[in-house]
Design a protein around this ligand. Structure first.
Ligand SMILES: *Cc1c(COP(=O)(O)O)cnc(C)c1O
Length: 270
């Protein structure tokens, strides 16, 4: 075996072959077990890359999961949940207002006309990708007397179907954001290509990290670029090896979704 084969065989694989096979969590014990397993994999990925496990935040993604199961996840300790669609997130926020300390992160593309809803209830928004949206969010947040943690979404896969700014547009975009004081910019977010080929997935994450490292030096005052939100059930270990500080994990915690990914990302491949 030559050196190239050795390094390939040691490469962290994607878990995309698990797609559709994650078991459904149906009890508090199931959630505790799934959360512990994900935390253990996070810790192992951190060890491999010389990082502190505490430097990675796990954001459980509860899209399509009904209220009853979300209450079980809450009982197992989840306090911040990610949702792709604002309508669904808003409904869950209203339905579970009795759960103290439960917060919502909106991680999916947002139309400007729905900024008002996000401004009302979300504590975090990870898919900022236009100045019109930034302006509208800022205006609505100021009216509510609130602030919002935001991530700028970047299209690192070059797929036309993916949301997010092209990498070369991110620097001028960041320079415009200080005009919106209710937005607390925390970092960058991306979705890798949905491929079983680990090296292609890794490239997307490495691109986001490189971009962040370069832009951090010239970031305007008040624009934080400490966070890198990247990695989901199928690829979060690779993302951590490439510097993720937030991993957005749904199916590995809640169980497989029946809704196809194409519902969230037009033309996504399984
Ligand atoms: C659904 C979703 C995730 C989580 O995907 P899983 O495969 O369930 O881990 C991550 N990020 C975004 C933007 C999502 O919509």
């Amino acid at each position: 075996m030559n050196a190239e084969n050795v390094s390939l065989s040691l490469e962290t694989p994607t878990l995309h072959d698990q797609h559709g096979r994650w078991p459904q969590a149906a009890s508090v014990a199931d959630f505790r077990r799934n959360l512990a397993a994900v935390h253990e994999r996070i810790a192992a990925a951190c060890r491999r890359s010389g990082r502190e496990p505490a430097s990675v935040r796990l954001l459980p993604v509860s899209k399509t999961v009904d209220e009853a199961r979300i209450r079980l996840a809450y009982a197992a300790g989840c306090r911040l949940l990610g949702e792709n669609k604002v309508q669904e997130a808003h409904g869950k926020w209203e339905a579970m207002a009795d759960l103290s300390g439960l917060h919502w992160s909106v991680i999916g593309h947002l139309q400007t006309n729905k900024a008002k809803q996000v401004a009302r209830f979300a504590t975090e928004f990870q898919a900022l990708d236009s100045l019109r949206l930034a302006e509208e969010l800022d205006r609505r947040l100021q009216a509510e007397g609130r602030a919002l943690d935001v991530f700028v979404q970047v299209n690192t896969s070059g797929e036309a179907s993916k949301y997010g700014l092209p990498p070369e547009d991110v620097a001028p975009f960041l320079r415009a954001l200080p005009a919106f004081p209710a937005l607390r910019v925390r970092g960058l977010m991306t979705l890798a290509v949905l491929s079983a080929e680990a090296s292609r997935v890794r490239q997307c994450f490495a691109l986001l990290r490189g971009l962040r490292d370069r832009l951090r030096q010239e970031a305007p005052d008040g624009i934080g670029l400490d966070e890198l939100s990247m990695g989901m059930s199928g690829d979060y270990e690779i993302a951590i090896e490439e510097g993720a500080t937030v991993v957005r994990v749904g199916q590995a915690i809640f169980g497989a979704r029946s809704t196809p990914d194409a519902y969230y990302w037009p033309a996504a491949q399984a």
